[in-house]
Design a protein around this ligand. Structure first.
Ligand SMILES: NC(=O)CC[C@H](N)C(=O)O
Length: 260
């Protein structure tokens, strides 16, 4: 098998980079953590990689709004480079704070039909940081990270996770064009109010993909469920189950192996 490589972006306040690097490595990537300042100095580092991951955390202390400052850096200094990266068939994953950065920089939903700043992520309806485990139902067949039939269970932890759209037309374009990667549901797959939808996101949106299906952003944390023993009821699970978070990283590795 040829080597596949992943870059995990660091910045002040990011705190899930080590776990994310580890999850990529378990899936078969050689993964490296690179600071944003390093990448801005030498943008060609990106070209050696097949996946770019924006991990979770509190970049720049969530100052102004979660992900806003890092998103500005991406929008003004790295946007074309990342667009080229995706255009070359490569993958981008944004987890929690990383999802906030992808949306606020305009890398998601990146649809020609949806104007810049028509989608955002804001404070949870319940006015506090909240963490829990949530069920996620895939909402599209076109995202390479997702098994469309598989409902997954992952931990979430955020204060600003509510996906919002500017208007009803934007939401209907997201729905119609297959941008909704995941919705929050209950264990039987039904949507509902809090706590099923933990932040009040419009249409229960927990994750979005772009028009290529190669960019995924989601609020819950796949890198926090890569081993069976991380599940809250792990002692009752069969020994041979695959942790749901791993499916996202493994699908990415498989896609890269088969296509790049
Ligand atoms: N876990 C995270 O990445 C936290 C996300 C973000 N800083 C928030 O609280 O909204």
């Amino acid at each position: 098998m040829s080597k596949i490589k992943g870059l995990v972006l660091r910045a002040a306040g990011i705190n899930c980079d080590v776990e994310t690097q580890y999850a990529l490595e378990l899936a078969g990537f050689e993964a490296e953590r690179v600071h944003i300042n390093e990448l801005l100095k030498n943008k060609s580092i990106l070209e050696e990689n097949q996946i770019l991951v924006f991990p979770g955390g509190f970049s720049y202390g969530d100052d102004v709004a979660a992900g806003r400052i890092l998103a500005n850096q991406i929008e003004h200094h790295l946007f074309e480079k990342v667009e080229e990266f995706v255009g070359a068939g490569k993958l981008v994953l944004g987890i929690c704070n990383g999802f906030q950065v992808l949306v606020k920089s305009g890398l998601l939903p990146a649809s020609p039909q949806i104007g810049c700043r028509s989608v955002s992520i804001t404070h949870n309806d319940i006015p506090q940081f909240y963490d829990n485990w949530v069920y996620l139902q895939p909402g599209t067949e076109k995202c390479v990270f997702i098994n469309p039939e598989q409902r997954i269970y992952l931990p979430m932890a955020h204060g600003e996770g509510k996906v919002v759209t500017k208007d009803a037309r934007t939401l209907s374009t997201l729905q119609k064009d297959g941008h909704i990667a995941f919705r929050y549901v209950d264990k039987d797959g039904k949507t509902g109010d809090y706590p099923i939808n933990p932040n009040g996101a419009v249409d229960s949106i927990a994750g979005l993909t772009d028009s290529t299906g190669r960019v995924l952003g989601l609020m819950p944390h796949p890198e926090r469920f890569i081993r069976r023993i991380q599940h809250p009821q792990w002692t009752r699970l069969p020994e041979d189950i695959e942790a749901d978070g791993m499916t996202i990283f493994k699908n990415a590795a498989e896609y890269v192996q088969n296509n790049l």
